[in-house]
Ligand binder design. Sequence first.
Ligand SMILES: [Zn+2]
Ligand SMILES: [Zn+2]
Length: 465
Amino acid sequence: MAASSNSSLSGSSVSSDPEDYQPPIWKSYLYQLQQEAPRPKRITCPQEMESRPKYYGREFHGIIPREYADELLAGAEGAYLIRESQRQPGTHTLALRFGHQTLNYRLFYDGKHFVGEKRFESVHDLVTDALITLYIETKAAEYIAKMTTNPIYEHLGYTSLLKDKMVHRLSQGRTEPRRVTFQRDERISSPLVRRSALKDTQEKQCSYEKIHNFKVHTFRGPHWCEYCANFMWGLIAQGVRCSDCGLNVHKQCSKLVPSDCQPDLRRIKKVFSCDLTTLVKAHNTTRPMVVDMCIQEIELRGMKSEGLYRVSGFSEHIEDVRLSFDRDGEKADISASAYADINIIAGALKLYLRDLPIPVITFDLYSKFIQAAKLPNAESRLEGIHESLLQLPPAHYETLRYLMAHLKRVTLFEKDNLMNSENLGIVFGPTLMQPPELNALTTLNDMRQQKLVVQLMIEHEDVLF
Ligand SMILES: [Zn+2]
Ligand SMILES: [Zn+2]
């Protein structure tokens, strides 16, 4: 089996010295096979067929019997023609010679040509791709089934990211785990017995897990999978690409890639409405910088402002703040000289939280929080909320923890700002919690619990987080 010819890769080792960095060795077997695959040979019809749809060329033969099509194609691998169905006129069949037999596919057209999922500009492209796929998947079925067993991914880091990032990764060595995941469980001895000691743990650099955002991709020119190092065959839709970090892999390999997506800042276009974990990974921060910057600004000059978070700022100015975060990121100017009214900054923070594609309290945990708030006994309510908090994705948990500590401080100025945990609960309940299915009735029914969850998180912030 040709797999053995790829020993070059298993022999390669990754040194911990960045100076010794060797580029990965891509496996060429499938590439060679693609070169060998039969080429399409169009069998044209000698006379002009009146029934020929204009999106087909002379390969269209009209209604001819299957046996006659067989005869026309006989002999040449890759020969193809289109015939109209005898039983269902108006429907078309692509007859293709491969592996010494004639394969018949129902052929469709809706602006593009297709027999399966992939859509093509021309029938010729479709046949080229079909021949490559048939050839490779027949010849190398066993190889393909095994190609993911010894991935290069762990050795490699992302090839598509900046080299220095990769070198950094490689220099960490292979024996230690590449990612230190956020292990909250270790910090908690038993529910509600956690104390401020925990807060001394300096906030770690962002080490959250993030899944890749794979989308089917058409690669121009030959590409190799960054998971298994094998060639990505076919003419179009050869594999998938992560639209956050640019990782390129086979579709089958994408299911095996670990959740270690490191979004590329250049690919993250916006700050608002961007997934929370994606944003913090891209900026390599613990929390979204919008949250940090707005809270710092508010603590600097807004804590005594009457009706803080309740009084709304001028919405055009809030929109302005959003645009400047989207445009300038952490360089956005939200100082008093830019926006004298602190309610604009408070409004921008609320807008940011409300516009998250997945709310801070995630859709999947929403009902857990609501259920917890419905418990009759105060102690079990807190237990329930605490348990649910622990299931939040780390970036969401950290954001919530920071926000609740801030809101707690806001309540310490109640005498001036007239804001207590209850009215902050009213403000932030629907901002932080949205039911998975938008339904006016659920929203109305849950409002009391949403408020209560936030109120309790503020009041018991020191024990819950
Ligand atoms: Zn990714
Ligand atoms: Zn692969």
